[in-house]
Design a protein around this ligand. Structure first.
Ligand code: SF4
Length: 379
C-alpha cells in the first residue's frame, strides 16, 4: 500500500511542472525577501532576480516604501536605465508583481514581516496560503526555509494528497507530515511541497476541482471520477447544445421563411403599387397629350382666324386705298374739268371780249365813218 502511495508521489513529482524554478535560499534574507525573490523568479532568471532584489533594497529605505511606490519606479530601481538586458515589459511585470506581493501580504498580515512562520509553521502556512500571489506553492517554499528544510505541509496539500489517495485527510499538520515523510525523499521535500501546493492552487479547488485540466487526473481516483462525470456532463451539454442549436436552426429557418414570405408579400404589394402608379402615369400622360392636342388645335384655329382677319384687313385696306385713289382721280378729273371749263370760259370771255372789242371797234369805225360821211356831206 505504502509502495502504491510512493508511486503516486513519484508520478506527481514528474507530472507537475512548477510555474518557476525552485528558488534557492538567500543568505541573510528574511522570509519576506525570500517570498519576493520567489515572485521575481516567475519573471526573471535567478541571477537577475537576485540582483533586482539587491537593487531594490538599496533604492528604497524599507519595503513599505516600495509597497507604496509606482510600479515603473520599482522597475527603474530594479535595473538602472541603460543597464541589463531584461526587456522593459518583463521588468515592469516583475515590478508590478512585487508591488502586488507586498500589498497582499500587508492586507493578510497587517505588516511586512513573515517571521511568524518560524514560530507558528502550521498557522502561518495556513495564513500565507491565503495570500493569492503566494498560494500553497510559494508558501511551501517559505515554510521549508522557516522549518529548516522540513517537509512542507499545508491544508491545501493535504486536500490534494487525500483526493489522490496518497494519504488520509487530517487537520493536524503534524500527523500529515508524519504520514508523508516516509514516502517523500528528503532531497525532494521542497519540490514535492511546491508541486502539490501548485496543484492545490491551480486545479484542486476545495469546492470545484478542475480535474479535467489537472495533470494528476490519470492517477487520481477522485480525479478519474470527476473527469468521468465531467465528460458525461460535457456529453450531455453537447447533446443539449446540439438540441439547442437544432432548435435555434429550426427557429432561424422558420424566421427566414417568415421573412421570405413577408418579403414576397411586400414585393407583390410594391409591384401592385408600381402597376397602379404606372397606369396612373399613363392616364396622366394621355390626358396631358389630349390637352396638348386640344391646345394645338385651338392654337391652329386661332392662327387660322388671325390669318383670315389679317387677310380681310389687308383686303379692306386695299379697297380703301383703291377708293382713295379713285376719289383722288375723280377729284383730279373734276379739277381738270373745272379748269378746262374755266379756261374755256376764259377763252370764250376772251373771244367775246375780243369780239366785243372788234364790234366796238367796228362800231367805232362805223361811227367814225358815219361821222366822216356826215361831215363830208355837210361840206
Ligand atoms: S485530479 Fe482532481 S482531485 Fe485529483 S488532484 Fe487533480 S484536481 Fe485534485
Amino acid at each position: 500500500m505504502a509502495t502504491k502511495k510512493s508511486d503516486r508521489i513519484t508520478k506527481l513529482l514528474a507530472a507537475v511542472p512548477l510555474s518557476s524554478p525552485i528558488p534557492e535560499v538567500l543568505p541573510d534574507a528574511s522570509l519576506l525577501e525570500h517570498g519576493m525573490y520567489a515572485v521575481l523568479l516567475r519573471h526573471l532568471p535567478a541571477t537577475k532576480a537576485k540582483s533586482s532584489l539587491n537593487a531594490m533594497q538599496k533604492a528604497f529605505p524599507d519595503w513599505n516604501e516600495l509597497r507604496v511606490s509606482q510600479a515603473q519606479e520599482i522597475a527603474d530601481a530594479m535595473t538602472p536605465r541603460g543597464k541589463g538586458k531584461t526587456r522593459p515589459g518583463t521588468q515592469l511585470s516583475a515590478a508590478q508583481d512585487v508591488k502586488e506581493y507586498l500589498a497582499q501580504v500587508f492586507q493578510e498580515t497587517h505588516g511586512l514581516d513573515l517571521e511568524f512562520l518560524r514560530t507558528d509553521p502550521a498557522g502561518g502556512a495556513k495564513q500565507l496560503a491565503n495570500v493569492p500571489i503566494l498560494g500553497n506553492e510559494l508558501t511551501a517554499f517559505l515554510a521549508w526555509i522557516a522549518e529548516d528544510g522540513a517537509l512542507p505541509v499545508s491544508g491545501g496539500m493535504v486536500r490534494v494528497l487525500d483526493r489522490m489517495g496518497a494519504m488520509t485527510r487530517t487537520t493536524s499538520m503534524k500527523k500529515a507530515r508524519a504520514a508523508l515523510e516516509p514516502m517523500v525523499p528528503a532531497k525532494d521535500g521542497l519540490r514535492f511541497g511546491m508541486s502539490v501546493g501548485l496543484v492545490a492552487d491551480r486545479w484542486c479547488d476545495a469546492r470545484k476541482p478542475l480535474c479535467w485540466e489537472c495533470p494528476l487526473a490519470p492517477d487520481c481516483p477522485m480525479g478519474k471520477k470527476v473527469v468521468k462525470d465531467w465528460e458525461a456532463q460535457q456529453k450531455r451539454l453537447a447533446v443539449q447544445r446540439a438540441k439547442e442549436e437544432a432548435r435555434a436552426e429550426a427557429a432561424r429557418k422558420k424566421e427566414e421563411a417568415r421573412l421570405a414570405r413577408e418579403a414576397e408579400r411586400e414585393r407583390k404589394r410594391l409591384e401592385k403599387e408600381a402597376e397602379k402608379e404606372r397606369k396612373r402615369a399613363e392616364r396622366e400622360a394621355a390626358a396631358e397629350a389630349r390637352r396638348k392636342e386640344a391646345e394645338k388645335q385651338k392654337a391652329a384655329v386661332a392662327k387660322k382666324k388671325a390669318a383670315a382677319k389679317k387677310k380681310a384687313d389687308a383686303a379692306k385696306k386695299k379697297a380703301a386705298a383703291k377708293k382713295k385713289v379713285a376719289a383722288k382721280k375723280t377729284k383730279v378729273a373734276k379739277a381738270r374739268t373745272t379748269k378746262k371749263k374755266t379756261t374755256a370760259k376764259k377763252a370764250t370771255k376772251k373771244v367775246a371780249k375780243k369780239a366785243a372789242k372788234k364790234t366796238t371797234r367796228k362800231k367805232a369805225a362805223r361811227t367814225t365813218k358815219k361821222r366822216a360821211t356826215k361831215t363830208t356831206r355837210r361840206r
